[in-house]
Design a protein around this ligand. Sequence first.
Ligand SMILES: *Cc1c(COP(=O)(O)O)cnc(C)c1O
Length: 228
Amino acid sequence: MHLDLKQRFDSIRQRVWCAEMAAGRQPGKTKIVAVSKTQSADAIRHLYELGQRDFAESYLQEALPKMEVLRDLDITWHYIGRIQTNKTRDIATHFDWIQSVDREKVGRRLSEQRPEGLPDLNICIQVNISHEAGKAGVTPEGVQELASSLSGMDHLVVRGLMAIPERDSHEGGTSTSHSDLHKIYRALQQQGFKLDTLSMGMSDDLEVAIENGATAVRIGTALFGARN
Ligand SMILES: *Cc1c(COP(=O)(O)O)cnc(C)c1O
C-alpha cells in the first residue's frame, strides 16, 4: 500500500511538472496540497515521510483526532471544508490556512478567535466560479467586496482565491471557469490586493488549472487512492 503511495506521489509530481513546463511556468513552483480527508493518520505520516508538508482536511470532527496523533510532524494544515459558525473557534485554533472562507461573518469570527501568539491565519476566499446552485463560495461579483472587508481584519492575511470548478467546465482541455477565476485573481492584484495563491485544480483538472495560472493544487484521490 505504501509502495503505491510513493508511486502515486511520484506520478502527481510528474504531472504537475509537465503541466508547469507546458504552460511555460517555472517548474517546481506549484504547491501540492494533499487532501487527506477520510485517510488515516498512518497514510498521512507516510506521505509526510516521502516529503509532503501541506495537508488539507474538510471535516473538523475527523481532522482534529488525526492532527492530535500527528502533532510531532511539521505539517502545514489547510481547512477546505464548509465552515459552520459554531466551529470557527476550533478551525481558527488548529489550522494554518483556511481556504474556504466565503462570507464576512465567518472571517470576522476566525480573526477574533485566532489564539494570541499564533501567526495570522492565511485565508483564501472560496469562489463559486461555475455559479452552481447550492455550492459553497461567494459569487464572482461578490469577491472584491469580501476581499476588502477580510483584508481589514486583524488576524487574517488574505492570500488568494480557491474554487472547485464544475466538472463539465473543463472537458476537452479548455475551461472558462478556470480562466474566469484567473481573471478575477489578476483583477484583484491590479487593484492592490497582495495575493499569491490561486488554489484550483484537483486530481482530474490539475493540468488545466496550472495552464490557467493555479499556484496551488489540492490532490486527494490521485495521491491516496479512492475514498471510501
Ligand atoms: C476532496 C476535495 C479535493 C480533492 O479532490 P480529489 O478529486 O480527490 O483530488 C480538493 N478540494 C476540495 C475542496 C475537496 O473537498
